[in-house]
Design a protein around this ligand. Sequence first.
Ligand code: KIV
Ligand code: ZN
Length: 530
Amino acid sequence: MTSNSERIIIFDTTLRDGEQSPGAALNIDEKLAIAKQLARLGVDVIEAGFAFTSPGDFEAVSRIAQTVGTENGPVICSLARAKKDDIKAAAEAIKPAAKSRIHTFLATSDIHLKYKLRKTREEVLSIAEEMVAYAKSFTDDIEFSPEDAGRSDPEFLYQVLERVIAAGATTVNIPDTVGYITPSEFGALIKGIKDNVPNIDKAIISVHGHNDLGLAVANFLEAVKNGARQLECTINGIGERAGNAALEELVMALHVRRQYFNPFLGRAVDSEAGLTNIDTQQIYKTSRLVSNLTGMLVQPNKAIVGTNAFAHESGIHQDGVLKNKLTYEIMDAESIGLTENQIVLGKLSGRNAVRTRLRELGFELSENDLNKAFIRFKEVADKKKEITDWDLEALVNDEIQQAPDLFKLELVQVSCGSNASPTATVTLRNPQGEELTDAAIGTGPVDAVYKAINRVVNVPNKLIEFSVQSVTAGIDAIGEVTIRLKYEDKIYSGRSANTDIIVASAQAYVNALNRLYGALLNKQKQQVTA
Ligand code: KIV
Ligand code: ZN
C-alpha cells in the first residue's frame, strides 16, 4: 500500500485486539464469518490474529488469508512480537493472501523498558531494526508499532521510527496502549513525528488507542488533522480493557463532518468523495454480527449502533423531526444500513425466497448452512406470522455461531406460575452420545433450567451476565439471550435466539458451557502431550 494523503486507511483489529476482550473468544468459523463481513464493509486491512500464540490462532489467520485475502479483498495481517519465531509464524499464516502484512511491535516507553523488557534504549533500537529487516525478508508490507508510544520519550520515539523505516517498515503505528493521552497531546505527538523523523515520507503514520479515559476516538480525529492516515479500530469498540477506538464512530465522524476534515487531507472543503472506503450501509449489520458472535452486548446509548442512537423520546424532539428531520438529526439511520424493518417473509415462503432474501442481506450460505437456516426459519414461521429481516439475521447468526457441539440440548420443560415452585426438566446428550435427564427447582424458570443443566454437565462456573433482548417489537418477537460465565479467571460466552426465551436461555447456557468444557478438554490434552 503506498502513501495516500487523500484517503484514510481503515485497519480493523476486531479479530485481534477486539478478541482480547474478556469472554470474546471466537472459534475459526465465527472469525471467518466476521472477516467476510469486514471485507463487505470495505475495511482496507484485517488484522486476523496473532499467529504465534496458538495453533488455533495460526489456523484462523491462515484460513482468513485463503478465503478473504483475494486480489480485490483487504490486506490480511498478523501481529508478531519483535522475535524471529513470532515473525516466522506470522509470515507463514498470511502467505495464502494476495496482499499480506506483518505487524511487529516492541515497547519503547521507559516504564516498559525497565520493568517488562529489562532492556536499554540501545538494545531496543537494534532489536526493532533487526526484526523489521527480518520481517521484510518475507513480505514488503511491514508495520511496526512502538508499544506504549503515548508514554514514550518523543525524542527516543523519533530515533526508533527513523531506524525501522530505514529497515523497511512501510507503516509506523503509534499506539496509546494504556489509553492515557489526551486529544491535543496526541495531535502534537503526530505532528512531532512528521516534523522530526527525517524519512517519515516513506511510511504511513497509523494510530492505535485504547479507551480507558473514553478519549480514543477524539484522539484519533486529532491525529488525522496532524497527518495520521491509518486508523486501527474495532467494531463496537471492543478490545483489551475499556476497548479500542470504535470503527463506526470514526467512520461516521469522518463522513458526517467531511467538510470539516477535507482540508486536513488536502481536499476542497466541499469535496463529496468518501474519506474512507467503508460502505457505511454495512455498519449496522457488522455491529450486530460482532455483538452476536462475541457475546459483547452494545449499550443502548452507544453512538451510531446503540438501539437508542436514532430514537427520539422527547415530545419537542419528535415534533421537530416530524416537521423536518434536520432539526434533531445529523445523519440518517439508513446511512448505517438501519432501514425501516420491512416484513418480507412468512409461513408460505419457500427455500428460494429465503435464500434470495438472505443474499440481499449479504449472507452467502453454503447449501448445508442454508438447509439449517431454512429449517429454523420454518420452525419460527410456524409460531410467528411475520418474519422480518432482523429475525432472519438472528436465526442465521444463531446457525453461524458454533460453540463446540459437546453437550446437545435435546429437551427442556418448565412448570412455573404464581403459586408453583419453578421446576425444570432437561435432557442433554453428552459427548459420548448418552442421553441424560435431570430436574431441579429454582427461584425462577431460568434458574431452575440452569440448575438442572448444571446437574447433568457438572462443570463448576459462575454466571456473571444474563441478558434477554427482543429482536423486533411484538408479543411474538424472537428473544436473543446472551450469557457470560466465569471459570477460574476466564470468561465464556454463549448466545441463542428463539421465540421461546426459556429455550433460548437453555441453549445459550449450553453453548457457553460447551466453550468452557472444550477449553478444559484442550487444557487436559496439552498437559498430556507436554
Ligand atoms: O495497544 C497496543 O499497544 C497494541 C499493539 C500491539 C499495537 O495492541
Ligand atoms: Zn491495543
